[in-house]
Design a protein around this ligand. Sequence first.
Ligand SMILES: CCCCCCCCCC/C=C\CCCCCCCC(=O)SCCNC(=O)CCNC(=O)[C@H](O)C(C)(C)COP(=O)(O)OP(=O)(O)OC[C@H]1O[C@@H](n2cnc3c(N)ncnc32)[C@H](O)[C@@H]1OP(=O)(O)O
Ligand SMILES: Cc1cc2nc3c(=O)[nH]c(=O)nc-3n(C[C@H](O)[C@H](O)[C@H](O)COP(=O)(O)OP(=O)(O)OC[C@H]3O[C@@H](n4cnc5c(N)ncnc54)[C@H](O)[C@@H]3O)c2cc1C
Length: 609
Amino acid sequence: MTRKELFKNTLRKSVHAWKLINELPLSDDESLMLRHFMDQPGFLDLHWRMFVPAIKGQGTEEQKQKWLPLANKMQIIGCYAQTELGHGSNVQGLETTATFDPQTDQFILHSPTQTSSKWWPGGLGKVSTHAVIYARLITDGKDHGVHGFIVQLRNMDDHSPLPGITIGDIGVKFGNGAYNSMDNGFLMFDKFCIPRDQMLMRLSKVTREGKYVPSDVPRQLMYGTMVSVRQTIVSNASIAMARAVCIATRYSAVRRQFGSQNGGIETQVIDYKTQQNRLFPLLASAYAFRFVGEWLKWLYTDVTQRLEASDFATLPEAHACTAGLKSMTTSATSDGIEECRKLCGGHGYLWCSGLPELFAVYVPACTYEGDNVVLQLQVARFLMKTVSQLGSGKAPAGTTAYMGRAKHLLQCRSSIRKAEDWLNPAMVLETFEARALRMAVSCANNLSKFENQEQGFSELLADLVEAAIAHCQLIVVSKFIVKLEGEIKGKGVKNQLKNLCYIYALHLIHKHLGDFLSTNSITSEQASLANHQLRSLYTQVRPNAVALVDAFDYTDHYLGSVLGRYDGNVYPKLFEEALKDPLNDTVVPDGYHEYIRPLIKQHLRSARL
Ligand SMILES: CCCCCCCCCC/C=C\CCCCCCCC(=O)SCCNC(=O)CCNC(=O)[C@H](O)C(C)(C)COP(=O)(O)OP(=O)(O)OC[C@H]1O[C@@H](n2cnc3c(N)ncnc32)[C@H](O)[C@@H]1OP(=O)(O)O
Ligand SMILES: Cc1cc2nc3c(=O)[nH]c(=O)nc-3n(C[C@H](O)[C@H](O)[C@H](O)COP(=O)(O)OP(=O)(O)OC[C@H]3O[C@@H](n4cnc5c(N)ncnc54)[C@H](O)[C@@H]3O)c2cc1C
C-alpha cells in the first residue's frame, strides 16, 4: 500500500473495531484483545491510552463530566501532545506557552519558535479533533512550568484546522508499513485562545482573577499518564518477544543444515548449542517479561489506589519500576527480534518471515514514552537516593528492600559449589542482589568524591545506567521466582517454567559476567558452573521448545510469517509467496527492452557473437 492507502485502511479498521466494540458489545479486556489483533498503530491507541487517561488523571470532576462522555463515545477524538521539535526527554524544557489573559478569561496558546512546534504526537497529524497539550503556564508574567490543557484543534463540521492552528503529518517513518499507519503530527499555535476552564485543574488552578493556586499534591502526578502507558508497554514487550521467538523456534525445528550421515537427513538447526544459546534465553525472556508485566500491573493498580487516598509514599518506586522495566524490556525485545531474524538465516530477511515488519514497528518502543537511557537514569537517581538513606533508620521497601540487607550483601560470598546449586532460587537471588547492590554502592561512593553532585552524576552517567539495569534485571528474576513459588497448575508446566527461569537468570550472568566478577558476586569457577548448568537446561528445554511457543497461542494469521507456520510447511509456502511478488507477474521484466537488451546487444556486437 502507498502511505495514503495504508493510513486510510487503518482508519477503516479502527472505525470497524470501534463499531464491533459497541455492537457486540465487548468488555474492556476484550476490546484490548481486539486492538491486539488489529495489530497496527493507529489513532485509537492515543485516544484511549493517553488522551482519556490524561483527562481522568488531571481533570477536575466538572472537567471529567464535560469531556469524558464525549471522549468515551468518540464524539471527539483526542491525542497527547507533549513532545516538541526541540524537546522530548526534557519535559520541563518545553517552549509552548499558555498565557492567561484576565480580560478575556482565556489562555493564549502560542508557539514562539520553530523548536516549540509540537512534533511526534500520534493521531495529531490528520485525525484528532482535540488534544491534551502540554505548555508553560504564564500568569501575570510569571512562568509556573509545564501544565496540561484540553484544546480543540479542528472544526467539528469539516475537520479543517481552527484559525490560529497549523497542523500536519511529520512524514514517513522507519520501515515500509510499520508505524506509518499512524499520523504522527506537528502543530503550531499562533496566539490561539481557549477558555480558562480548559486548563486541566485537578493538580493546580488559575482563578478568574488570574491567581495561580499550586496543588498540595506532588506535581509529578502530571506525569501519571506516562507511568500508566509505560506499565502497559512492559506486557507488550512480552507479546512482541513471544511473537519473534515463536517464529524463530518453529523455523529452527524445520530448518536443517549439515550433519547428514550416509545420505540421511541433516541436523535440525535447533539442535545446535549455539542456536539454543541465542534462542532459548529469548524464549525465557518472553515468559519473564509476561510475569513481570503482571506484577507491574498489580503495582500500578496499588499505587493508583494509594494516590486516590492521598498516600504518595510509593509514587517514586512506581515511577522507577515503570521507567526502568519499560526501558529494560523494550531494549531486550528490540534486540531479541533482530536476533530472531538472524536465527532464521537468509530467509529471516524476507518480508514474508514477518520479522522485518515486527522489528520496524516495535523498535520505536525504545524511544517513545521516554528514551530508554533517560529512563534508566531516573532509576539510577532513585537508587542513589535509596543508598544515601541507608543507615538513616528509614528501611528501604518494595523492590529496594534487599538494600536493607546491605551489610550482609556487601560482604557475602556466593556458596555455589556445584552446577546444580544454580537451581537454588535463594542462591540465584542473592547473586543478583549482591551484584545490583554493589554496583549501586560503587556508584554512590564514586559520586561522593565529587564536590558537586550533579557534576558527579553527569560524569558517571554510563556507570549509573549499568547499575540501574542490574537493579531492573534483579526485579525480573525475582518476580519470575515468585511466580514459580505461587500456584501453577500442572507439575510438568511448573518444571518447564523453572527451566526457563534459570535459563533467564544464568544467561544474564553469562552476558554480564564482567559485572558479576568485578563486584565479586561470583568467582570465575562459579561462572563456569553457571555455564555448565545453562547447557544442561538447554538440553532439557529442547524437546519442549516448540510446545513452549505453541503455548503463546498465536494464530498463523496473527504471526503473518511463512517461517513460523504452525504446520511447518515452510518451503512450498515460500515459493507461493515468491510467486505472488509483482515482479513475477511477467516472465520478462518491465525495463528489459529499455535497459537490459541494449546493454547485452552492445556487448554481443563488440564481442562479435
Ligand atoms: C507486525 C505488526 C505488529 C504491530 C504491533 C503494534 C505494536 C504497537 C504497540 C503499541 C503499544 C503501545 C502504544 C503506546 C503508544 C505510545 C505512544 C507514545 C507516546 C509518547 O511518547 S508521549 C511522550 C512521552 N515523553 C516522555 O516520556 C518524556 C520523558 N521525560 C520524562 O518523563 C521526564 O521529563 C523525566 C526525564 C522523567 C524527568 O526529568 P527531570 O528530573 O528533569 O524532571 P522533573 O524536574 O520534571 O522531575 C523531577 C522529579 O520527578 C520525578 N519524576 C519524574 N517523572 C516522574 C513520574 N512519571 N512519576 C513520578 N515521579 C516522576 C523524578 O524522579 C524527580 O524526582 P526527585 O526530585 O529526584 O525525587
Ligand atoms: C513512534 C513515536 C511515537 C511518539 N508518540 C508521541 C506522542 O503521541 N506524544 C508525544 O508527546 N510524543 C510522542 N513521541 C515522542 C517521544 O516521546 C520522544 O521522542 C521521546 O520522549 C524521546 O525524546 P527525544 O526525541 O527528545 O529524544 P532526545 O532526548 O533528543 O534523545 C536523543 C539522544 O540523547 C540522549 N539523551 C537525552 N537526554 C539525555 C540525558 N539527560 N542524559 C543522557 N543522555 C540523554 C538520549 O539517550 C538519546 O540517545 C513519539 C515518538 C516516537 C518515535
